[in-house]
Design a protein around this ligand. Structure first.
Ligand SMILES: *Cc1c(COP(=O)(O)O)cnc(C)c1O
Length: 375
């Protein structure tokens, strides 16, 4: 019997859950048994995950927080960034990168991105740096690292802080060095759909700087050093025990899942090399972890519909450059344009990409793409 043609999802978290169901259920059960809902005790689930993540990252400090946006904001706030300060961010990213700057009352200043890789264009930095500039936030977009060696060199020559937005790049590398180990601090999101995802909101800060780690830890916990010892104003941005326990179960699989993503990308490259679609490029010296597989096509909207008619889900990352969005546009100096991000946003589409995507599904996506009647 011919089954009804099933949908090919853009991402499917259920398949991964089913592959680790027993372990995850047990981990959550033990948090319940111990009522270890929030960190605290020295052997808590939260502290366990923090030390495991530091070890995996090969970095001194991991400070867990409630989500990736908070991680960005808490680091900037620990550096004292606020009104009157400027922070440079790329025009093509998820909204949070700019949002964290605006939330602190500072001004986001945007660079365009590299046309081949969609990451921050280091050549545009010098022209934007002025005495108010305090930090740069490169984003390792779609799973590929920005050109950190250039960014760090420019930042150091102007005495600027650098914060890596690693929300899409757990395990990505450049020049054999992991994302999140290059700059003064890095922010991670463990939103469920990320390469390492919790079962709710979660995030972390990584740094080698002990003093910064301590300040971030205090800010995330009402400015306290210990209970009732409030040294500064802070907020509530704690990771909870259930999320930490899930992350501890998942972390040992992350390298394998990233390898699976890379293999699927390789399959797309092989099968689509003769198609009219423009495939993502891997910058030399980069180990891309394909959080997203973002292709480009001049008839993007028609192509999205063509795939949707065959029950193939796609997504747009992202449909608009950040500077064009209403909460941000007031910060953009008259006449500043972002032509690369602008064109990218009108031609990009993200194809199905997650470690459990089946080969026959990937083949169906490619067949449908190859059959697209181009004008
Ligand atoms: C997901 C994401 C964030 C924010 O993470 P949340 O955990 O959702 O707050 C920040 N930056 C980028 C580039 C992201 O993709």
């Amino acid at each position: 019997m011919e089954a009804i043609k099933s949908k090919i999802p853009f991402a499917d978290l259920k398949r991964q859950y089913q592959s680790i169901e027993r372990e995850v259920n047990q981990a959550i059960q033990s948090v319940l048994n111990e009522t270890a809902f929030i960190g605290g005790r020295s052997n808590s689930f939260v502290q366990k995950f923090e030390s495991e993540y530091s070890e995996w990252m090969n970095i001194e400090h991991t400070v867990s927080v409630a989500n990736g946006t908070d991680a960005l904001e808490i680091i900037l706030s620990a550096w004292g960034i606020g009104p009157g300060d400027e922070v440079i961010v790329p025009a093509l990213t998820w909204f949070s990168t700019a949002e964290a700057v605006i939330s602190l009352g500072a001004k986001p200043v945007f660079t365009d991105v590299l046309s081949e890789y969609s990451t921050l264009d280091p050549a545009q930095l010098e022209a934007l740096i002025n005495p108010n500039t305090k930090a740069i936030i490169p984003v390792h977009l779609y799973g590929q690292m920005a050109r950190m060696e250039d960014i760090m060199r420019i930042a150091e020559s102007h005495n600027l802080k650098v914060l890596e937005d690693c929300a899409q790049a757990h395990g990505a590398e450049r020049l054999n060095r992991k994302a999140g180990t290059w700059a003064h601090a890095s922010a991670f999101s463990f939103y469920p759909g990320k390469n390492l995802g919790a079962y709710g909101d979660a995030g972390a800060i990584c740094t080698r700087d002990s003093e910064l780690a301590e300040i971030c830890r205090q800010i995330a916990n009402h400015g306290q050093r210990k209970k009732h010892d409030h040294l500064r104003n802070g907020r509530n941005s704690r990771l909870d025990g259930i999320q930490a326990a899930v992350l501890s179960v998942k972390l040992p699989y992350l390298n394998t899942w990233n390898d699976q993503r890379r293999q699927l990308a390789q399959e797309y490259f092989e099968k689509l090399s003769q198609s009219g679609i423009q495939l993502p490029k891997e910058d030399s010296h980069n180990q891309h972890v394909y959080h997203l597989f973002v292709a480009h096509h001049s008839q993007r909207d028609e192509l999205v519909s063509w795939l949707a008619e065959a029950h193939i889900e796609t997504a747009l990352h992202y449909p608009y450059p950040i500077p064009s969005l209403p909460p941000v546009s007031a910060y953009i100096p008259e006449g500043q344009a972002f032509p690369v991000a602008q064109i990218a946003c009108s031609t990009l589409l993200s194809l199905p990409m997650f470690p459990e995507l089946r080969n026959e599904e990937l083949q169906s996506v490619c067949n449908r793409l190859l059959a697209f009647p181009t004008k």
